[in-house]
Design a protein around this ligand. Structure first.
Ligand code: SAM
Length: 236
């Protein structure tokens, strides 16, 4: 992990920015938490935030929100936390979420690098990370979220047997992910239940082949192969 990105993983990190959509997101205070607000509830998401016991599912990089909107509708019995760091995209998704038929979600304008400060040890059931920005240029690789510190954070917050689901269109980022997950320090944390560079050919029956996100549909129209991974926590 480069020094530049290190600070995102530090406890004392503070979000700093000026963006008009940050203020506008306060229109949705009922279900939106912004920046460090998202780190006030580790250990009490179910008990205090959702006020009910249910599997806690978390999506990093919700984008336009199609997966989150559908998943919350199809799975009313889960507590769902979506997050994205883009401001305007977050605002537009909050507007859609405000009209959602269910109330089984919260939305964070926040960064996936911070999950270990948002959630308590073993609190999360499933983590979703779909079509992340690939940061193709070599000098930007350090910005890729999928690195050992992220896997350690994911391992911390996932319950024993909890799962990290990943899909990407990008060959370079997929190869990078494989390299990260195949390292001994990663294999100590996770079993790799699915590792495919061609999801729909090689694992058409897998859960990850049962839905397409907004970005995925665009890539499929271009005949891109979808790469997909399922990592299961080895925590006892
Ligand atoms: C290419 S879009 C994919 C959106 C959606 N998952 C889909 O498949 O349609 C990637 C999204 O992830 C968000 N994102 C990227 N890195 C992130 C991070 N570290 N934390 C939170 N959101 C992130 C971006 O802002 C963007 O909205």
């Amino acid at each position: 992990m480069s020094k530049k990105n290190d600070h995102l993983y530090q406890k004392d990190f503070e979000y700093k920015h000026r963006n008009p959509y940050h203020e506008k997101l306060s229109e949705f205070d009922e279900f939106v938490m912004r920046d460090n607000e998202s780190e006030k509830y580790p250990g009490v998401w179910n008990k205090e935030v959702f006020d009910r016991e249910a599997p806690l599912c978390v999506e990093i990089g919700t984008g336009y929100g199609h997966f989150m909107l559908d998943y919350c509708e199809q799975n009313p019995d889960v507590n769902f936390v979506g997050m994205d760091f883009r401001f305007k995209r977050s605002y537009n998704l909050a507007r859609k979420l405000a009209k959602h038929p269910h109330k089984n979600f919260k939305y964070l304008r926040a960064r996936g690098e911070r999950i270990q400060f948002m959630f308590e040890e073993g609190e999360v059931d499933k983590l979703f990370y779909f079509f992340p920005d690939p940061w193709p240029k070599k000098r930007h690789h350090k910005k890729r979220l999928f690195q050992q510190p992220f896997l350690e954070a994911a391992y911390k917050v996932l319950r024993p047997g909890g799962t990290l689901f990943v899909k990407t269109d990008h060959s370079g980022y997929a190869d990078w992910m494989v390299e990260v997950m195949d390292k001994p320090e990663a294999l100590e944390l996770f079993d790799i239940r699915l590792k495919t560079l061609n999801l729909y050919e090689e694992a058409p029956e897998h859960y990850l082949a049962s839905f397409q996100t907004k970005f995925e549909k665009i890539f499929l129209q271009k005949n891109d192969r979808i790469k997909a991974f399922e990592l299961v926590s080895k925590k006892q």
